[in-house]
Design a protein around this ligand. Sequence first.
Ligand SMILES: Cc1cc2nc3c(=O)[nH]c(=O)nc-3n(C[C@H](O)[C@H](O)[C@H](O)COP(=O)(O)OP(=O)(O)OC[C@H]3O[C@@H](n4cnc5c(N)ncnc54)[C@H](O)[C@@H]3O)c2cc1C
Length: 633
Amino acid sequence: MALWHEVSTLSCPINKAERRGLGLDAAISRRDFLNGALITAGAAVTAPSAGRESTDDFTGYGGVGDYARANGDTWPVIQSAHRLRDGGYGEAALQAAAPAGQFDLVVVGGGIAGLSAARRFRQALGSKARVLVLENHAMVGGEARQNEFEVDGVRLFGPQGSNDFAVPAADGSSLVARFFDEFALPREYEWQSWDPALKPLRFARDNYSNMDGFQEPQVDVGYFFDELAGAGAEKWRRNIWNTALSDAPYSAAARRDLLRWRNEHGVVSDAQSRYLDTLTYRDYLEKVRGFDPAVTRMVEPIVGLLAGVSTDAACARLGRALVEDPDRPMALSFPGGNSPFPRAILRDLLPAALPGKGFDSLMYAPVNFAALDLDHEPTRVRLNATVLRLRHVGADAKRVEVTYERGGNLFKVDADRVIMASGGWINKHLLVDMPDDLRTAYSQFGYAPALIVNVALRQWRFLYDLGVTACRWFDGADGFGYCCNIRQTMVTGRHSPPLHPDKPAVLTFYMGMSVPGLPPAAQGMACRARLLSTPYADFELRIRRQMIRLFGDLGFKPDRDIAAIVLNRWGHARLIEPPGFHYGVGGKPSPLERVRAGYGRIAIGHSELNGAQHWGSALEYGIKAGEQAANMA
Ligand SMILES: Cc1cc2nc3c(=O)[nH]c(=O)nc-3n(C[C@H](O)[C@H](O)[C@H](O)COP(=O)(O)OP(=O)(O)OC[C@H]3O[C@@H](n4cnc5c(N)ncnc54)[C@H](O)[C@@H]3O)c2cc1C
């Protein structure tokens, strides 16, 4: 069977009839910048058309609002990062960078970790400390950014990446709980209401709960089984786990083992976790537990998203973490995913940058970009600034020279201390004077991509009629993705979109791109190459074809129903953790430990240092790095 990364949709010609059928001639937001022209078959991504800053043939339509030019890894950001990797900035140009000031602290990266590092440093040294945050995107937040749409007069939000959160206990016992207290974040929310005159339908309040189907007691999931072929055969099944897979097309052995797998939840002890870290998840499922390969097939794309690589490359510790208590409370998401968390820290650092008080304005107030980087403010956030090089300077190497590119020009600032709140994929290239043992540790870090797509729909009656709000499918060939859903959105005074099958909503696709059979790092590279060399138009075509395949018989009409498509590409979404990475092998410590220590005047703090990345680990490692920098003599 062909794998996603081997198949080029555009190698299949598209004729006029299919163009019309896919709605490619309809006027929708995503083609404002493409002039309706699909890129030719098999074409590599070309430079964006002149004069179109970030709405280029690669980045595509970015929605509306403050995040419209910062959807995932955009073309300008990737271009400067790859130029750096390929040695495109010559030594003479770096040397000639224009001086741009002195700071007590420079933070590289404006995600949750970078902003919380800056905040912690400022708490320790006082608000007069001169702090500069350099962020290469056009918006802060890192992976916790959002997409916004305006469809038929309705404002809609969707996550770009970081999305789920759990409400922490109100006992101040964890960093996350204290964060909620400090920023007065509510712990109870209102959700869109469902008209009782409509048939009952259950929604997830996030975009993950539906993936493994474990939360069918709380959400209605439809499963598309292509193998249920034959004229007029119904390929959809609803809530298969709720009926113990009785009407799903599995053999008796597969059904028995899928149910055994699903029921093996429970807390994993530290000793079990260490054991699970020594083998791949596939070996655990098939050799240790002896499960039918249907179990592996069921989890493959979920592991591919959450661990970045396939079950035969990811350690069983990560895979096993998927199987939690099916009766757990559903995770939640804010309308724009985890974007309120970095916005809260930004507001604390620079109140004028996010005017207003309270939760409503925290989520929806437009950013005052003019207030981010003011000469007279001790704390500054500089966007569209890609850091290119850091090195210790001075006779006693007590200062750090930080060189960055902005608007095509090179600048350098002089810093007393630096926090790298960016990931290892770029830090490897930036930290030119790092010690050999740190370089060796970083050389063991590999990364895998992810793609998150938000499709703004004018209506979604095709799902309503099917009686589901989330879907799962199983085709590995040239299909697109494996799941999608419509959330029940959190509402506040300022934002209360309707929840109705005839009204606009966002359909969200989360997907990884793992390649079973390849070694872990090679999977990451192969899939990243594919992710980054696929034009927006190619993805658009795949998405439309997939939606027709799934929903065409249910009344879905792409030209009528799709209002906009936004891609959020994350080239280095996940730190790959093959067996042995997390705890180390043969008595040797994990490379994570060495990286956490930093060196010289440089502290390192990013969510990846936790192993399993999430917003809480971004907070944790940002705060630790802030403390480490503050304690440097
Ligand atoms: C697709 C996806 C889904 C996720 N889902 C969830 C979820 O549901 N729940 C959850 O809790 N977590 C989730 N996460 C995990 C996520 O990693 C954390 O939640 C958190 O947002 C990471 O914050 P961070 O500050 O550590 O890193 P990042 O958000 O990566 O921030 C680093 C910043 O540094 C910038 N940067 C990099 N290089 C440079 C340079 N050279 N110069 C200047 N700036 C630079 C980057 O652009 C970025 O803005 C998800 C992640 C991804 C990718």
